[in-house]
Design a protein around this ligand. Sequence first.
Ligand code: NAP
Length: 506
Amino acid sequence: MQERESILVDLMSKPGPAAPTAAKTVQIAILGTGMGGLCMAAQLRRAGIDSFVMIEKAGEIGGTWRDNIYPGSGCDVPSHLYSFSFEPKVDWSRKFALQPEILDYMKQVARKYGLRPFIRFNTEVAEARFDEAESLWRIRTTAGEEITANVVVSGTGQLNRPAYPKIAGLETFAGKAFHSARWDYDVDLTDKNVAVIGNGASAIQFVPEIAPKVKKLTIFQRSANWIVPKPDRPYTEFEKKMFRRFPWLVKLHRYQIYLTLERNFLAFIQGSFFGKLFERASRKEIETHIKDPELAKKLTPDYPAGCKRILLSNDWFPTMARPNVNVETSHIARATPEGLVTEDGVAHKADVIIYSTGFETTTFLAPMKIVGRGGRDLNDVWAKGAEAHRGVAVAGFPNFFILYGPNTNLGHNSIIFMLECQVNYILQCIEALRSPKVKSIEVRKEAEDAFNRELQEDMQRTVWAAGCSSWYKTAEGKVTNNWSTFTMRYWWQMRHPDFAEYALGA
Ligand code: NAP
């Protein structure tokens, strides 16, 4: 087996148990070709395992980075840490990469590891059902085809299905409307009255891009966000040259970024001093750019920093101060053919409505139907809020693994780090399955429950458990999306599976 490199140099480099000498072939189906799916596939190839198929519902790879092509789309995690440890990119053009460069990077990874021949494009999974007699997953596509695999690894992510607001009368709206994750470049926004619903991580990136060209832009804001400056700039040619010449500098840079971001977790502990520092930095930005006290009040959040994602932007507040931009805080009551009417009775004329209302995040693998042992549907098991063992495995669902699953999202560090931890762990489970004596691996319910009990107890000290609503939690208030502490702790837990936590079926 090719020696695995590390996430953070050699932190992750310990290989799992060696593949059994008389290893049998394990067929693996990877769902999705976003960062998670690509990471899994590349690592399988690096481990010398070619018995896998990648199932992709779209016609191209890239997941969220294929779909989110809105103006200004980019990443708020520094580029050098938003790349795989085993595939560093030395020539990132800037500190915070934009979408085209990230998608190019993903295509480059697919090319380098020869992944395209493994991908079945335009194939959507409707159902995956575990055949207990055969210890096999039977995957049914929406076209009615069956694909079988010993192992299923879901890489469909948390941010792939746009959420649309439910507004009375929306079907009567006579203009154009689209979601920011499905940007319609055929709609020319020049000199138009544009309504943007939502002001989260996506809106703060595209609103400053479109504001100069539209006639009037109205932002319908339900809650303000804590927004701090983005320390972005292009890398100089000299820096890129040094990174190229001394690859250890890239590793050092990754370490430095990782440790800085890791420290930021302190801001997510209720009442923390670090959280107050973010609030102070954000208030200062408002003071600098917003001279109208009423607007400044509207733009200042009334909940602790971190409860919703802390956003990075240098141009949001200047954009809010533009004469053609209006921040509307009265809630939307209904839509009419001409636009939107707010609860205060004011009619807001709109030619175009852009929904920047986020994603369906708490239902995870839905609308796919995942049926495990005894005919149990994962969507039913998760009816009171998704949970999994270490974010990757669920009792009753043998040989089934999830990337970027429940409680593995972060507010402070790179998801790629979490994905690499998960892939490292799942690879070792797959290696166990390659033993002729092992047909199935299934997490024990007691282990899963103990893990989640501890995680939710830990969660109580975080800002996510505090009052504000966010996409991190269910309507009932259970935090199903976020990891509760430092990522180092996750890394530590995910170095090797504890096989005592699993039932290995012969
Ligand atoms: P989001 O952060 O969930 O924001 C959705 C916005 O829509 C919020 O302002 C929300 O208001 C508002 N909203 C939702 N439903 C509404 C309704 N019915 N009526 C009025 N307003 C409504 O979604 P997003 O901006 O697409 O970002 C989602 C996540 O994607 C981010 O948190 C981040 O993890 C990821 N992302 C990352 C980057 C990056 O740079 N790495 C960039 C973009 C997105 P409330 O706040 O009041 O609920």
